[in-house]
Design a protein around this ligand. Structure first.
Ligand SMILES: Cc1cc2nc3c(=O)[nH]c(=O)nc-3n(C[C@H](O)[C@H](O)[C@H](O)COP(=O)(O)OP(=O)(O)OC[C@H]3O[C@@H](n4cnc5c(N)ncnc54)[C@H](O)[C@@H]3O)c2cc1C
Length: 436
């Protein structure tokens, strides 16, 4: 661990809440931690939206410096790497060799440690389960200096606590991942407009067996018979090794933090109506960046929500009653306004997540952004919580800055068992809110 400390404004992607930290930089696998620095929390790239990657008033252990690849078995696609390696770095190196990430979230700028600690999911959840399903082994460093190798067969209870363990069980120093064989960077994508929620569920039912990736953009401002209308995309990795695609060039950045959110209700309604009707090509072959990471092309896009930041609300409802619960959520959002154009709907599959506190579970997941407009926004989110709780679902801690302790304990009934694995010198802003 590097000796110097820095007062710095490390933030989460939602830019809310703000927090102050001491920051320590982890650089070497053999280094230890200092118990005197309690409370501490590992930090990847802060692509979590809320406060689960923040530790206000405490120490952040910036793990990005653990950025080395350790070994790669090119026959079996088994990669061992340090926990600060970015998913983007793995793709850049290994797609040309015919290997891909088995599961990837909607940004490639997250670390392997962060992906494990939130047990992230992707558009292929129905086919591949969560990220943790593909972790073969990992090493955990505790504040007392002890190290544990963990896998499904060695320290299996620690393995399960650390996958989806929100960085609270210790620092993941390295991990071994099983990658997915692909022919190249191309993806064959189909795009289909649907008129309402029933159309979404019909397309999901038709597509999940034949397509590895399925997801929909949903118009959160639509109501009545058009409630839940949107655009469905489904895709497979192309089977051709020379698919004639290249990574999308250019991209742009939001250069400054805007004083107020650009995203008002009228803008959202107008944009969504245009986006829904926009002519589009039904079938195309694209580079994986275009399909899996479209938002990565706009650097600092989170600045469009202004100084007060924003909430991303992601929940899963069902499976029983999931359709009605999604309709109720969308209806409450459309009536209240306050949503944004980034709204995503997907049906999770039934592959069990390996983590004690993993979020993915069978049901329907809805994710969307809400600019932070103060009490009005939090009141609406509480009304959404009511629906999620009644459906037996859960809200995703990686995107959360406000769920109550009571809700957390209902969503994650294993939390008490999990407490036995929390490092006594580790904590986070999120954890203090929901578990103390
Ligand atoms: C545009 C965008 C799209 C996204 N799409 C998805 C999606 O589709 N699916 C999804 O599941 N998530 C999604 N996310 C959320 C994101 O994938 C997760 O929050 C991810 O965990 C962030 O990783 P990170 O490296 O930035 O870690 P951070 O956000 O910095 O930290 C996340 C957690 O990991 C812990 N941690 C970090 N490093 C270590 C380590 N070495 N050892 C132990 N714990 C560690 C931290 O303590 C914290 O609890 C998205 C985020 C963005 C910004």
């Amino acid at each position: 661990m590097s000796a110097h400390s820095t007062r710095n404004k490390y933030q989460s992607w939602g830019r809310y809440p703000r927090a102050e930290h001491e920051v320590r930089f982890l650089r070497w696998r053999h280094e230890g931690l200092s118990e005197a620095e309690s409370p501490m929390l590992p930090f990847g790239t802060g692509r979590s939206y809320g406060d689960s990657c923040l530790n206000d008033g405490g120490v952040l252990l910036d793990a990005r410096g653990l950025d080395r690849l350790i070994s790669f078995d090119a026959e079996r696609g088994v990669l061992a790497c340090e926990a600060g390696v970015l998913l983007a770095e793995i793709l850049e190196l290994l797609v040309p060799a015919g290997w891909f990430l088995p599961v990837s979230p909607g940004t490639k700028f997250v670390t392997v440690g962060g992906a494990i600690a939130n047990d992230v999911h992707g558009k292929n959840h129905h086919r591949a389960g969560s990220f943790g399903c593909h972790v073969r082994r990992l090493e955990l460093l505790r504040s007392d200096g002890s190290r544990r190798r963990c896998s499904r067969s060695e320290n299996a209870d620690w393995f399960s606590a650390t996958i989806g363990g929100l960085g609270l069980t210790g620092v993941i120093m390295w991990a071994e991942l099983q990658l997915l064989r692909v022919a190249g960077p191309g993806m064959d994508v189909e795009t289909i407009r649907f008129a309402n929620l029933a159309g979404f569920f019909q397309l999901t039912g038709e597509s999940d067996a034949a397509f590895a990736y399925t997801v929909a953009w949903v118009d959160c401002a639509s109501r009545g018979r058009a409630l839940g209308r949107g655009i469905f995309t489904r895709s497979n990795h192309s089977s051709e090794d020379r698919p004639g695609v290249s990574a999308p060039g250019g991209g742009f950045a939001v250069p400054i933090e805007l004083p107020v959110a650009l995203v008002g209700d009228t803008v959202v309604r107008t944009f969504n109506a245009w986006y829904y009707r926009r002519p589009r090509t039904r079938r195309r072959r694209v580079h994986y960046d275009s399909f899996l990471y479209p938002l990565d092309r706009v650097r600092n896009w989170n600045r469009i929500y202004g100084r007060r930041g924003f909430f991303q609300y992601q929940c899963v409802v069902g499976p029983a009653g999931g359709r009605d619960a999604v309709a109720e959520l969308l209806s409450r959002i459309a009536t209240a306004g306050g949503g944004s154009f980034l709204a995503v709907l997907k049906v999770f599959g039934s592959i069990p997540s390996p983590g004690l506190l993993s979020f993915p579970r069978p049901g329907v997941t809805l994710a969307l952004d809400f600019p932070n407009r103060g009490a009005g926004t939090t009141r609406l989110l509480e009304r959404l919580d009511d629906v999620v709780r009644a459906s037996g679902g859960a809200v995703y801690p990686a995107k959360d800055a406000r769920m109550s302790a009571e809700s957390f304990r209902q969503y994650f009934p294993e939390w008490r068992a999990f407490c036995a694995y929390v490092d006594p010198c580790f904590s986070s802003s999120f954890w203090r809110r929901v578990a103390s």
